[in-house]
Write a protein that binds this ligand. Structure first.
Ligand SMILES: CN1c2c(nc(N)[nH]c2=O)NC[C@@H]1CNc1ccc(C(=O)N[C@@H](CCC(=O)N[C@@H](CCC(=O)N[C@@H](CCC(=O)O)C(=O)O)C(=O)O)C(=O)O)cc1
Ligand code: HCS
Ligand code: ZN
Length: 758
């Protein structure tokens, strides 16, 4: 009989219980026991909820206190030496993620093309591994004690190694496979002994362009593991198998999961080559977006698979883990009925999976209500007058000059004359601490407990305070602090037409940090200026240059739930035109420097190289639409963080921002190498402070990083700034670190005037 499965459930809890428990524990307000108890309660709740929704195959070990890749690292005992002295496993685990006073945190980067960040494994030659945690077994037993026989989820060994970073030049992490496999084998044998019938092993790298070494590693791994393991469901997602199809179907595993939301076209070729003994799990419900599924269309796809593999070898599943979906649409009491009827969050997706499974088992009539509701929602979305705005569509078809008035060297002269900044100008990336007081005031304003005028007065006072602090510290280019913003994307979504936002649609970004992606349901336009009031107010308080702060179109697109009835490029162009208008309004208000953040430009890069060029063309063009209208002497900045830049350097250069600030310090300036190798032509601020850690770097440390940067970048191209915005930090850390940062710049200026720097 065809079964329903889930591949992972969000960890956070419908009321963000996990976030609250983690942050209280980190602040020392609660005990480890209380934190662990929250974990136990959330796991039990989520297992039961999946059972009640009618899911046959329920995952365990999808829960994590921080990150599932870090859990795998801890499981393998791959503890970087700087943390090895920490005795308590929980303290060591969080130290690896967040750093301590003595030990910088491990690096963090994007999980494939998502806004989820994982902690990057640190790998070196001769590394030893041993089974070092019992989490996988414990959670399997925990569910079993509740009467639920789960399918444990593991990050596969080849994906784990491929995501890791060599700590020595020229070292290939895949050479550690021989050392890692015995640990996986031991764990899998223990799971089997415990009674696990199946295990889900995620190898999402199978949706990427693979090297021969990775292919060989996959063959070696599964030939070594399958004999002693429970039946393995090898799980791929986020894209098609394409040229990896033959490799995947030949691996000695019992089942294969494929993503038919991102790549429905892969079903037919796959069915042709799928061996007759393999179970096929088809991902039919979108784990990456919030639109209600077209159940009739998906049933047709499932039927195509069913015709080929029969009822007993078919599993109906989400495309990927539901980690990337908000928890429960029932929490959205303020969405209008029409919009709500178009959406499905994780809980609703479970019901969709169950309905589809019933549909394939017993025919559409067996789940008639669900199918009819789905068909009605699809019809209503298609026909709704809220979706299409002819004037917006017409504007996207007009041609726009993508070039600034003059090339960078000319603009640079004009900007130097206008701003007259010292060498190594210092600045920050935009946000200052979002303190509890600020969040409380905003919550009070949103619940109409305080008047708008009082909220604005409060924000004005916070902004002024931040400006005085920046002046006192001696920063050269100031920012207003972004106190009025809940999030750098949601804030814009709330002010643009065509967007809806949720009250509780939280999705994990990293650790205890969550985002509430807005929903782009229709054509996008800007009814009124969005940021001018705050930038102009801030500029009026100081004589120093004030940098306006905008989120770029690709990032707004990438960090929203995007409509699927038109190409992403089209939606992005609509957003770009709205941001262009904002840029021009800022310029007209006298703001001479405007930062257009594009931290998600790299994240949006398609997983397969063959699709890169087309994406980069429209993504870069959209950025250029936002910036090309300003005068030479208006300085355009951009900012990027938590990504590998090597692959997209020409595109970054083509964006032609006058200044780019990038996150580099957590990787010890390694991310800067792409800019050095490429000889990045414009100005650049490599981050010298890892702002994701509560650790305050000293002046020596920052100087060392800047000197590394200055080895390849001309001193007069360099800016001095943190890795990213400071919204997650507290004021005392910010003041000390920025004081050190300004002292660093001054020290280098002193040397530069004596010409000693390079
Ligand atoms: C730069 N980053 C961002 C990414 N994606 C985004 N969409 N935004 C980003 O900034 N991706 C890459 C990186 C990831 N980094 C971060 C960093 C920090 C956060 C973060 O701090 N998230 C906050 C939530 C922010 C927010 O929306 N806040 C709202 C609501 C606050 C709230 O919880 N209010 C309470 C009531 C107030 C109280 O009493 O405390 C409530 O509603 O119950 C706001 O400020 O109004 C987080 O807390 O996780 C995310 C990604
Ligand atoms: N301006 C934003 C960029 C974050 S990527 C901030 O400072 O938070
Ligand atoms: Zn950033």
């Amino acid at each position: 009989m065809t079964k329903s499965a889930n591949l992972g459930f969000p960890r956070i809890g419908a009321h963000r219980e996990l976030k609250k428990a983690l942050e209280a524990y980190w602040k020392g307000e609660t005990t480890a026991a209380a934190l662990l108890a929250t974990g136990t309660e959330l796991r039990a709740r989520h297992w039961q909820l999946q059972q009640q929704a009618g899911i046959d195959i329920i995952p365990s070990n999808d829960f994590s206190f921080y990150d599932h890749v870090l859990d795998t690292t801890a499981m393998l005992g791959a503890i970087p030496p700087r943390f090895a002295g920490i005795e308590d496993p929980l303290a060591r685990y969080f130290a690896m993620a967040r750093g301590t006073a003595d030990a910088p945190a491990m690096e963090m980067t994007k999980w494939f093309d998502t806004n989820y960040h994982y902690i990057v494994p640190e790998l070196h030659e001769g590394q030893n591994f041993r089974l070092s945690t019992s989490k996988v077994l414990d959670e399997y037993r925990e569910a079993k004690a509740l009467g639920i026989d789960t399918r444990p989820v593991l990050v596969g060994p080849v994906t784990w190694l491929s995501l890791g970073k060599a700590k020595q030049d020229g070292f290939d992490p895949l050479t550690l496979l021989d050392a890692v496999l015995p640990v996986y084998a031991e764990l899998l044998a223990a799971l089997k002994a415990e009674g696990a019938g199946w295990v889900q092993i995620d190898e999402p790298i199978l949706a990427l362009d693979l090297t021969e070494a990775q292919r060989a590693a996959l063959r070696q791994a599964y030939h070594a593991l399958h004999a002693s393991a429970p039946s393995i469901m090898l799980t791929t997602y986020f894209g098609a198998l394409l040229d990896n199809t033959a490799l995947a179907v030949d691996l000695p595993v019992a089942g294969l999961h494929v993503d038919l939301v991102r790549a429905p076209e892969q079903l037919v070729p796959l069915l042709k080559v799928l061996p007759a003994d393999k179970v096929l799990s088809i991902g039919l419900i979108d784990g990456r977006n919030i639109w209600r599924a077209d159940l009739d269309r998906q049933l047709a796809l499932a039927t195509r698979a069913w015709d080929s593999v029969g009822p007993d070898r078919l599993v109906i599943a989400p495309s990927c883990s539901l980690l990337h979906s908000p928890v429960d649409l029932d929490g959205e009491t303020e969405l209008d009925d029409e919009l709500r009827s178009w959406l499905a969050f994780a809980r609703q997706k479970l019901s969709e999976i169950a309905a589809l499974t019933l549909g394939i088992q017993r025919g559409r009539g067996a789940a008639r209500d669900a199918f009819d509701a789905s068909a009605a929602a699809i019809r209503s979305h298609r026909q709704s007058p809220r979706i299409h705005q002819p004037e917006v569509k017409a504007r996207t078809r007009t041609s726009i000059d993508l070039n600034r008035g003059n090339a960078f060297p000319t603009r640079r002269t004009a900007q130097r004359q206008r701003f007259n900044l010292p060498a190594f100008p210092t600045t920050t990336i935009g946000s200052f601490p979002q303190t509890a007081a600020i969040r409380e005031q905003r919550a009070a304003f949103k619940k109409a407990r305080i008047a708008e005028a009082d909220y604005e007065t409060f924000l004005e006072a916070e902004t002024e305070k931040a400006i005085r602090i920046q002046e006192r510290i001696g920063l050269d280019v100031l920012v207003h602090g972004e106190f009025e913003r809940n999030d750098m994307v949601e804030y814009f979504g709330e002010q643009l037409d065509g967007f809806a936002f949720t009250r509780n649609g939280w999705v994990q970004s990293y650790g205890s940090r969550f985002v509430k992606p807005p929903v782009i349901y229709g054509d996008v336009s800007r009814p009124a200026p969005m940021t001018v009031r705050w930038s102009a107010y801030a500029a009026s308080l100081t004589d120093r240059p004030m940098k306006g702060m905008l989120t770029g179109p690709v990032t707004i697109l990438q960090w929203s739930f995007v409509r699927v009835d038109q190409p992403r490029a089209e939606t992005c162009r609509q957003i770009a035109l709205a941001i262009r208008d904002e840029v021009l309004d800022l310029e007209a208000a006298g703001i001479g420097m405007i930062q257009i953040d594009e931290p998600a430009l790299r994240e949006g890069l398609p997983l397969r190289r063959r699709d890169w060029e087309a994406y980069l063309r429209w993504a870069v063009d959209c950025f250029r639409i936002t910036a090309s209208g300003v005068a030479d002497q208006t300085q355009i900045h951009t900012h990027m963080c938590y990504a590998e830049f090597n692959d997209i350097m020409p595109a970054i250069a083509e964006m032609d921002a006058d200044v780019i600030s990038i996150e580099t310090s957590r990787s010890d300036m390694e991310l800067l190498r792409a800019f050095l190798d490429f000889r990045y032509p414009n100005e650049i601020g490599p981050g010298v402070w890892d702002i994701h850690s509560p650790r305050v770097p000293g002046q020596d440390e920052m100087e060392l990083l800047l000197r590394k940067a200055a080895e390849g970048i001309a001193a007069d191209q360099l800016w001095v700034n943190p890795d990213c915005g400071l919204k997650t930090r507290g004021w005392p850390e910010v003041e000390s670190a920025l004081t050190n940062l300004v002292a660093t710049a001054r020290s280098l200026r002193g040397e530069k005037s004596g010409q000693n720097l390079q």
